[in-house]
Design a protein. Structure first.
Length: 186
């Protein structure tokens, strides 16, 4: 692949989609997250050691690297659900060509307070294979989904929920907090 391939390093998936990718691998390692390590005030959502990789014992910082078993892998995904972390798989980096290869190497578990992607938008990131579908007939405009939508696809205006589906990256956090929302294929 050439350096001009323009494939973003990250893409977004639902937690279940990321879990399915991970479960197809044989080994798992976790390390400290570079974004969380760089946040001087500390992460408000989760511990620092949430960078998942399966191609070898390394991670975004190569600090605090340890191998995970299946049970520990499930605990990581459970933490992601409890703390509303966005699963952003990352692709392999080829140092020779200085380009991204379209092969998934691991998963970042991103929060809205530390992740550089949310704190300082600008990094390219692919939308995931899923998109939100809100049952407007059942929606009470409570706004619970707005607080977990880090991609700004949902907002309240004059007491009514407004959805900008083009902004939906397919993380599924909104579906975690509201039974009116399901994730469907994009």
């Amino acid at each position: 692949m050439s350096a001009e391939n323009n494939i973003p390093m990250h893409y977004v998936t639902t937690r279940d989609e990321a879990r399915e990718i991970a479960r197809s691998k044989k080994h798992y390692w976790v390390s400290d997250c570079g974004c969380r390590k760089g946040n001087e005030s500390g992460c408000k959502r989760s511990p620092v050691d949430v960078c998942l990789c399966w191609t070898g014992p390394y991670g975004s910082t190569e600090e605090n690297v340890r191998e995970l078993n299946e049970e520990e892998l499930e605990k990581l995904f459970k933490l992601a659900k409890e703390k509303y972390l966005v699963t952003r798989p990352f692709r392999k980096w080829d140092p020779e060509t200085k380009s991204v290869i379209d092969e998934t190497d691991g998963v970042c578990f991103c929060c809205d307070c530390c992740c550089a992607y949310f704190a300082e938008p600008g990094e390219a990131c692919d939308k995931g294979p899923s998109i939100e579908k809100t049952d407007r007939d059942s929606c009470t405009d409570c706004g619970a989904c707005v607080d977990v939508c880090y991609f700004k696809a949902r907002k309240m205006k004059d007491g009514k929920l407004e959805i900008t589906s083009d902004n939906c990256y397919g993380c599924g956090l909104c579906a975690d907090v509201c039974s009116c929302i399901t994730m469907t294929k994009r």
